[in-house]
Design a protein. Structure first.
Length: 336
């Protein structure tokens, strides 16, 4: 075989397989529910493969044994008719058994995927065009806080999401952990999952929800229960007050330049609700719903011209002097 033919063949085989692992793959399950879904998929795949192979073999045999058409096609052959009747009956029973069997497998799988656990951690996720509001709600308001585009959860413990939408229909999907569930205006859907291993899993909106739908991603960060507890305690606290003059200037500008109309920063006078909560923005890994990594350069680029990065998104371009920009970025970065 020519070398280039071999190379092309190898590439063609490897290419589709490269998508089968990593932090966003239903074929590399890291949660109880995604494991169950994959298990169900494999059973369906195996049974369908057997049925398909049997049908193709029967077809080939039929084609090879084809006789010349009879001289008198309307003649009745009693024995042949009886034999075909039995074969058709047997195939009918087999088909029914396969369909019922697969229905049972699917039902059994759904009992795990849609199980509800009373002890689950409850989070509220609200879809917005085009970002995710994440509310950790506890019985006491002092234990409740809000964040965005990043969901931290403990490993080995069930987490139940209450899914809502502020505008259009979105769909919550973290292939590594569980199946999809829609966020529908005026309706509360629930989705429960348990992450088996610590790690960062990527999720994204799986329902076309407007022009920036493709830039509506998020991260699920699964961490040990101890680490999660510490993170939660920290996240509960109000924002850091800046100690240095540049930070203080940034805090004042954040209000003076209108940012506070849309963004909340707990413990300060900024209480806007239209955009993501920025109380601990400095400790988040990405900005603009997974569009950019979070660092001073990308923060600057975003604030300077959010419409260039995510055209049509609901944050307007705010006219800022470069020294004002530097102060605001400095302020936001220390909001760990
Ligand atoms: C009219 C409301 C509005 C104003 C005013 C506004 N923002 Fe935003 N901001 C938003 C929205 C909406 C988003 C989410 C955009 C998206 O990802 O689709 C956002 C996103 C952000 C983000 C990224 C947050 C994240 O977690 O992804 C930062 C940082 C930010 N804004 C800073 C600012 C600063 C600084 C100002 C003032 C100069 C400002 N915003 C003014 C609405 C606003
Ligand atoms: Cu969406």
């Amino acid at each position: 075989m020519q070398v280039w033919v071999r190379r092309v063949l190898v590439l063609c085989t490897i290419w589709p397989l490269t998508a089968c692992a990593g932090r966003q793959s239903a074929l590399d399950p890291q949660g109880l529910q995604s494991g169950q879904i994959l298990h169900t998929l494999f059973i369906f795949l195996a049974v369908s493969a057997v049925v398909w192979t049997a049908v193709v073999i029967a077809l080939c045999i039929g084609m090879m044994r084809r006789k010349r058409s009879a001289d008198r096609p309307l003649d009745l052959h009693q024995a042949f008719e009886e034999r075909s009747g039995r074969v058709i009956l047997a195939l009918g029973i087999a088909t029914t058994a396969v369909v019922l069997g697969l229905s049972f497998v699917s039902y059994a799988g759904q009992r795990t995927v849609f199980a509800k656990d009373e002890k689950a951690h409850i989070l509220k996720i609200i879809g917005h065009q085009w970002w995710w509001e994440v509310r950790y709600e506890a019985d006491s308001p002092h234990q409740s806080f809000v964040t965005a585009n990043e969901i931290r959860i403990p490993t080995g413990e069930p987490v139940r999401l209450e899914l809502e939408s502020a505008d259009v229909i979105h769909s919550f999907w973290v292939p590594s952990l569980t199946g999809k569930m829609d966020l529908i205006p005026g309706q509360k859907n629930e989705l429960q999952f348990t992450a088996k291993n610590a790690g960062i899993y990527r999720g994204q909106c799986a329902e076309f929800c407007g022009i920036q739908h493709a830039h509506m991603a998020f991260a699920v960060i699964a961490m040990s229960p101890d680490e999660f507890g510490r993170w939660r305690d920290h996240e509960n606290q109000s924002a850091n007050s800046p100690a240095d003059p540049l930070g203080k200037q940034g805090e004042a500008l954040f209000r003076a330049r209108g940012c506070a109309l849309c963004h909340n920063i707990s413990g300060t006078l900024a209480g806007g609700q239209l955009g993501p909560d920025l109380t601990h923005i400095g400790s988040r890994t990405t900005i603009a719903a997974g569009t950019l990594p979070n660092n001073s350069a990308t923060l600057g680029a975003w604030i300077a011209d959010p419409q260039h990065i995510k055209p049509g998104n609901l944050m307007p371009r705010m006219p800022l002097q470069s020294d004002e920009m530097i102060a605001i970025i400095h302020y936001l970065e220390q909001l760990k």
